[in-house]
Structures are given as structure tokens and as C-alpha cells.
Design a protein around this ligand. Structure first.
Ligand SMILES: [Ca+2]
Ligand SMILES: [Ca+2]
Ligand SMILES: [Ca+2]
Length: 177
């Protein structure tokens, strides 16, 4: 097929290429100055992980005040296929969405069960309240872990995760024989 020369299209393509070249060669794009040197403990949490432990932080606006709050979980002391020690600390954001100030408030807050590890929050049933998803370890001698869900039966500002309402998702992790 014969290619047709279209001067308007050629001029438009040339102008677009010039514009993109100018944008990406300016210092604002070339220097990436938003990547600064790494900071140790930028939020001054003072965390001290256990040797061999596994930490699982997660952020969620759990009190619906417009800023992200912090949960830091950890499990450690792995023995016979299970972590035998766990913790979950809740840091409420006393700052704001631009300048967070995480203050340790409680361990296993809002009724969250010690059975729940690796937690995340999402409103799975669309009622406006964040629900909890996580993992339960060492379910049985043959099942290493299972995904769990606990629906939030509290309010947008004071959530409640009743350990008696744990729902098990169908995915499970079985132990190797
Ligand atoms: Ca918040
Ligand atoms: Ca807050
Ligand atoms: Ca919900």
C-alpha cells in the first residue's frame, strides 16, 4: 500500500515530540529530587524487631478522621512450623494527612483477636465500615494457615472486630507431609 505524506500530521508529530523532549529534559524531571537519602525511623516509632521475626505494618484510616493510622504486627519464635509469639500494636495518627504523628495507643485494639496476623482493612460488604482481613496461623496439624475475615460491627469512628465473628475464606495453606 502506498503511504501518503500528510504535512499536518507530520508537523503535529514533530511538535509533540519536541514538547515531550523538553518536558523530560528539564531538571524537575531529570533530578528526581523527591528521592532523598533514606531515613532511619522517620516516624520515631522506636521499633525493635525480634531476631528471625516477621513484621507486617498496615495503614488505614480506622477512625475515619481523614488521616491514616498505623498497625504494626509481628510474629516470631518459629518452632515446629508455627510462630509461637505474636503482637499487634495500634498507633493512632495524632497529626494529619500531610504530617503524620503516630502515637502508640493499644495492643490488639478494637477487639482484634490474637489469632489474626498479617492484617489488612477493606470495606468488603460496602457498608462504609472497614473490615479486617488477615491470616490465622497453625489452624490444625495439617493446615498451616487460613485467610480470615472479621466484619466490622462497630461504627466508622469506633470499629469493633468480634473474634467470635471470624469468617474463614476458602483458601488454606496445608502442611507438606
Ligand atoms: Ca485516622
Ligand atoms: Ca487522626
Ligand atoms: Ca464493612
Amino acid at each position: 500500500m502506498k503511504a501518503h505524506y500528510n504535512p499536518k500530521r507530520w508537523r503535529f508529530s514533530a511538535a509533540l515530540l519536541s514538547l515531550l523532549t523538553a518536558i523530560f529534559l528539564t531538571p524537575a524531571f531529570g533530578q528526581l529530587d523527591f528521592f532523598s537519602e533514606p531515613l532511619a525511623d522517620p516516624f520515631e516509632l522506636g521499633l525493635s524487631p525480634h531476631p528471625g521475626g516477621s513484621m507486617f505494618p498496615t495503614l488505614a484510616d480506622i477512625d475515619s478522621d481523614g488521616d491514616l493510622d498505623l498497625f504494626v504486627g509481628e510474629k516470631w519464635n518459629y518452632s515446629s512450623g508455627c510462630f509461637t509469639e505474636t503482637s499487634l500494636d495500634f498507633y493512632r495518627n495524632e497529626g494529619n494527612s500531610d504530617c503524620p504523628d503516630f502515637q502508640l495507643e493499644a495492643s490488639y485494639p478494637f477487639g482484634i483477636s490474637e489469632e489474626a496476623t498479617n492484617i489488612k482493612f477493606v470495606d468488603i460488604n460496602g457498608d462504609g465500615l472497614l473490615d479486617l482481613f488477615g491470616r490465622k496461623d497453625c489452624v490444625s496439624p495439617t493446615v498451616e494457615g487460613a485467610f480470615i475475615c472479621i466484619l466490622n460491627t462497630g461504627t466508622a469512628t469506633e470499629p469493633v472486630f468480634d473474634a467470635g465473628d471470624i469468617l474463614y475464606a476458602p483458601l488454606v495453606s496445608t502442611r507438606k507431609a
